[in-house]
Write a protein that binds this ligand. Sequence first.
Ligand code: SF4
Ligand code: SF4
Length: 116
Amino acid sequence: MSKNNFQDYVCRPYCFFFKDGEKEDLACCGAQIVERLVDSSRVDLMEMPPLQKEIHRWNTYRTSLGGYICRRCPFFAADCDFQAPDPPDDTEPCGGFILLAHLFDLKMIDTGDLEN
Ligand code: SF4
Ligand code: SF4
């Protein structure tokens, strides 16, 4: 998968972990799902209302969407504090999760969009 595409609309604007110019060998599952939805024209991010980062939103969806997004993420087991047991309340997920939670909240996607 090309990283150039989604870096511009997922990682750079929304991800706490993104470092410009730093090479990343793996893409998280959240970014991969967003890229699939955009590439298949299922989602047009230009139609998305502005995203404000809000802790309550990603905490609301931590378990329900995490089962679809995070369980198969290469960072789930060891690297992602967001899905660690008993994380601090202000632990931030990746940009992919933040964007998917926003789209889900807006009803622009449903759980069926997260399954493949
Ligand atoms: S964790 Fe995901 S959203 Fe964040 S920089 Fe890496 S690939 Fe992008
Ligand atoms: S929140 Fe963590 S485990 Fe979930 S998709 Fe993002 S990086 Fe992966």
